[in-house]
Design a protein around this ligand. Structure first.
Ligand code: DON
Length: 591
């Protein structure tokens, strides 16, 4: 069915959120975008990448579900309506702050298959075979989402499991109207779908091109979701779904077996908690996310500089932020990996004295060339070779939720690239990740995000690949203040970092902060990537004189963006401000 209704629906949703916004007084003279608060609500809020997924979350909250229940429903709904990143064939992280101030985090990141090998992406000469870790069946890590959602529900669920699956099943069975952006992405990947899926992939339109407003009905996915609804984890890792999955692996030469599916288990991990100045506490994901450590490192380095006085995106502020990013990413490349396999020196990396010293090494007048910046000498680090990273867009997805009791969830989930490995599980209706590319296939060789890695992130059977996904929660004086996160591969970490500072240091509303143009440096390549309008010509000129190099990212308008931050701020008046990123079709819904 083709209809022109979709653009109208989106307009109504966006218009509602924008026109109900109150305009704030101007605070930063150099903030060059519109000044709105986001959507305001008294009780609860869901902010996600798609209006129908946010609606699914709200539906669950209104039935008396907790933020965790809503997160589970949003995860499954995104699988249906946001197939390029929402998923059951991938993995992710869930960070939780309960209303009584307790934290927890769930790691449902994919694992390397049991028969994977360290050099599996190298040819006989020891060179990386281009795209082998990115396209097709060998790129797939063992998926963790269903295990993760089941574990989250076991521990924190208030509503019954079946209720949480219902909105996604209805969306898949009845179909949903595809948006202009989704159409662009699906049409762009038509050939890849044909090339890497061995069964008919319904994301490739049978008559050629999708048109915005077309209805995408996913009957096979609805049936898979019904099996998960009925049987929980067994509905995915065993029985018919597993059979279809393994048949697909065999047809395409993949290496995941029933044993991999049987042994996959999501794990609860202690979140990392760091203080920022006297009043703030930042709660983030521990490894295999690299984001938590890097964000805490960069914030700690910022404590050494009066950036509030220097101002938002002023030359001095931007310089020290870039320099701290450079140093944190140098540490990332050498020291970070899956702690179940590699002794990551977390304490040493977060040691205040170490970070004060690292910040002291920043020359306030000059950029430090990346080739002269190495990983730091950190207490507890074992000796490995040092490493020496970017392109990407929005193939991952993040959502933030606060319920009426004050429980908060920040959840980021991914297939890695858009539509993952492009491998579609025939008869089961879902796509598989290409997360194996997040491992370091060979020391010193960039992955798709231009990231470098080493021993710490080498491939080993059952190991989790290092991630940049950074679901984050901020407290002020012991109370919930901010819930945030974003897609964007390597740029996730710097986008979250900038949004924390935008609100705390530069007094922005959550929406102003999310709208603000971003910049990104990741040690290698030695380049500052900027969104159009970031920094301003004078600041850029100033920074160029100091030795920084700049590049505007991407070539298509929508892909010039860095990240897509979906966040919630608890304002001093107690209201929740939901900020959906204007860079996508993201939507904040609250009441
Ligand atoms: O876990 C990671 O760091 C990556 N697989 C995330 C990929 C991503 O954010 C892609 N979106 N731009």
């Amino acid at each position: 069915m083709r209809t022109a209704l979709y653009p109208l629906c989106i307009f109504v949703v966006l218009a509602t959120s924008i026109f109900s916004c109150k305009q704030l007084p101007q605070k930063n003279n150099n903030l060059n975008n519109s000044r709105f608060t986001g959507v305001l609500a008294d009780s609860a809020m869901v902010v996600s990448a798609h209006p129908l997924a946010s609606k699914a979350g709200v539906e669950i909250l209104k039935k008396g579900g907790s933020a965790i229940d809503a997160a589970i429903a949003v995860q499954f709904a995104l699988t249906v309506v946001y197939p390029r990143a929402g998923n059951i064939g991938g993995g992710g992280f869930m960070l939780i702050r309960e209303s009584d101030g307790q934290f927890n985090s769930l790691d449902f990141r994919e694992k390397a298959p049991l028969t994977s090998e360290r050099d599996m992406y190298l040819d006989k000469k020891g060179e990386v075979v281009p795209r082998l870790s990115l396209d097709g069946h060998l790129a797939v890590g063992v998926p963790g989402v269903v295990s993760g959602m089941v574990e989250a529900h076991k521990k924190y669920g208030k509503l019954d499991w079946a209720t949480l699956l219902e909105p996604a099943i209805v969306l898949a069975a009845k179909g949903h109207m595809v948006s202009e952006k989704e159409v662009d992405y699906m049409n762009e990947h038509y050939e890849n779908f044909a090339k890497f899926s061995t069964e008919t992939n319904y994301f490739a339109h049978p008559k050629g091109n999708w048109i915005a407003g077309d209805t995408l009905k996913q009957t096979d996915l609805a049936n898979t979701l019904k099996r998960i609804q009925k049987e929980g984890r067994d509905g995915f890792y065993k029985g018919k779904t597993a059979q279809y999955f393994l048949e697909e692996m065999q047809r395409g030469g993949g290496i995941i077996t029933q044993k991999d599916l049987d042994t996959y288990q999501a794990v609860w991990r202690k979140p990392l908690v760091g203080k920022y100045k006297d009043d703030y506490q930042i709660i983030c994901m521990a490894p295999p996310s690299s984001g938590g450590i890097a964000i805490l490192q960069m914030c700690e380095m910022m404590e050494q500089f009066p950036i509030n006085e220097w101002g938002f995106q002023s030359p001095k502020t931007t310089h020290v932020m870039i320099e701290s990013e450079r140093r944190a990413y140098a540490d990332r490349a050498t020291h970070l990996g899956d702690t179940d396999f590699f002794p990551v020196p977390i304490e040493g990396l977060l040691d205040e004295a170490y970070l004060a010293q690292r910040a002291k090494g920043i020359n306030l007048d000059k950029a430090s060339p990346s080739k002269e910046v190495r990983e730091g000498k950190v207490k507890g680090a074992i000796k490995t070779k040092s490493s020496s990273m970017p392109k990407e867009s929005d193939q991952t997805t993040h959502f933030s939720i606060v319920d009426k009791w004050g429980n908060a969830v920040a959840q980021t989930t991914t297939l890695n690239s858009n539509y993952g490995s492009k491998v579609f599980v025939g008869k089961a209706g879902f796509l598989l990740n290409n997360e194996m590319d997040d491992f370091s296939a060979k020391p010193g060789v960039y992955n798709q995000f231009g990231l470098l890695g080493n021993e710490a992130n080498a491939i080993e059977p059952e190991k989790r690949m290092l991630s940049s996904m950074s679901p984050t929660i901020v407290e002020k004086n012991g109370e919930l203040m901010m819930v945030l996160g974003t897609p964007g591969g390597a740029t996730i970490i710097t986008s979250v970092f900038q949004n924390i500072l935008n609100v705390i240091e530069f007094g922005m509303s959550m929406q102003e902060s999310v709208n603000a143009p971003r910049f990104h440096h990741q040690w290698f390549p030695d380049t500052v990537y900027i969104e159009e309008k970031a920094l301003g010509p004078e600041t850029i000129e100033n920074l160029q004189e100091m030795g920084h190099r700049f590049q505007i990212r991407g070539s298509l308008i929508e892909r010039k963006s860095i990240g897509k931050v979906d966040a919630i701020l608890v304002r001093p008046d107690g209201k929740l401000e939901g900020a959906a990123d204007i860079r996508g079709e993201d939507t904040a819904l609250g009441w």
